[in-house]
Design a protein around this ligand. Structure first.
Ligand code: PBG
Length: 325
């Protein structure tokens, strides 16, 4: 026998001991569950996203009930808009009759304790499929912000808890914050997609909402995946502009950015495990290449370990169920 001072394995001898010394715990109350909403009732399963469907109003209420029973009480709403209702400026995004404000009212009515996030961006409503206004193949910044403000006010009026600008226009957090305050919505928060990268991992989401850009890509507004220092710049700007929560997106391939945010942010740090990350887990599972349940829990653990206080994940209900068993 050797006489080692240190034997790290000593702390790994039993499940009870490993649980005692575990540094990162999974907790469904820290997860946000995205919901794809549409006007007509009836679930439409999204084949690339295991367990996820587009949901009509009654289905949404049912799904929220299920989630709350599993300890998940926060939700992000994303609308599926029919093609014929889209136009160049995404007008429907600013209408109180749109599915998002309508669902906000229905959900708040039935589940006042639920925390609701609503997306601020034009893409699901825009015939161009871009997050901002398009002119001569350019995405206009300040003109877009005027529209985002209107979208935010409609959602605030309908009872959202957080408007979540995912559009990546410069200056939009501050402009939205001011508009909310000057209309009396000082309690509505801004949940900023602070570092959102121009990522290929959004593929299944864009298919689910039929919201892919019709031409070009999003590289003139979303960040270059190669950049880290620039994420710190975006973080600092959003903090100065009054963001209540700052988010990194995607999560799994951007753990260093999450860790950077954790060090420098004075507000809660969220990370979005996006559609492509989630889809990859189940695609490999279906081929028998790994265990999807374990991969999901491991990926969520890694995102929290990197520094995320909150994780937005399509796996929220599935993982919450796994933790219960
Ligand atoms: C668009 C938006 C996107 C996602 C959330 N909001 C897609 C995009 O930027 O093209 C992606 C989420 C996911 O992939 O799960 N404003």
């Amino acid at each position: 026998m050797f006489n080692f001072n240190h034997r790290p394995r000593r702390l790994r001898q039993s499940e009870t001991l490993r649980t005692l010394v575990r540094e990162t715990e999974l907790n469904p109350t820290k997860w946000v569950y995205p919901l794809f909403v549409k006007n007509e009732n009836g679930r439409e399963p999204i084949s690339s996203l295991h367990g996820i469907s587009r949901l009509g109003p009654d289905d949404v209420l049912e799904e929220i009930k299920r989630a709350i029973d599993l300890g998940v009480s926060s939700f992000a709403l994303f609308p599926k808009i029919d093609d014929q209702l889209k136009d160049a400026s995404g007008s429907l995004s600013r209408s109180p009759n749109d599915i998002v404000p309508q669902m906000l009212k229905k959900i708040k009515d039935k589940f006042p304790e639920a925390i609701l996030l609503t997306d601020i961006a034009l893409d699901p409503y825009s015939s161009y499929g871009h997050d901002g206004l398009v002119r001569n193949q350019k995405i206009l910044n300040d003109e877009t912000i005027e529209l985002l403000i209107e979208q935010a006010l409609v959602q605030a009026q309908a009872g959202t808890d957080f408007v979540a600008p995912s559009d990546m226009m410069d200056g939009r957090v501050g402009a939205i914050r001011q508009a909310l305050d000057s209309h009396g919505y000082c309690d509505v928060g801004v949940w900023s997609y602070a570092a959102k990268y121009a990522s290929c991992f959004y593929g299944p989401f864009r298919q689910a909402l039929d919201s892919a850009p019709k031409s070009g890509d999003k590289k003139t507004y979303q960040m270059d995946p190669a950049n880290k220092r620039e994420a710190l710049r975006e973080l600092n700007l959003d903090l100065q502009e009054g963001a209540d929560v700052v988010m990194v997106k995607p999560a799994g391939s951007y753990l260093d950015i999450i860790s950077l945010f954790k060090t420098h942010s004075t507000v809660p740090v969220a990370a979005y495990q996006v559609s492509g990350e989630y889809a990859m887990i189940w695609a490999a599972h279906e081929r028998g290449w790994l265990d999807g349940d374990r991969a999901l829990l491991e990926s969520l653990t890694s995102i929290h370990r990197a520094g995320a206080d909150i994780v937005v994940t399509y796996g929220a209900l599935h993982a919450a169920q796994l933790l219960q068993n």
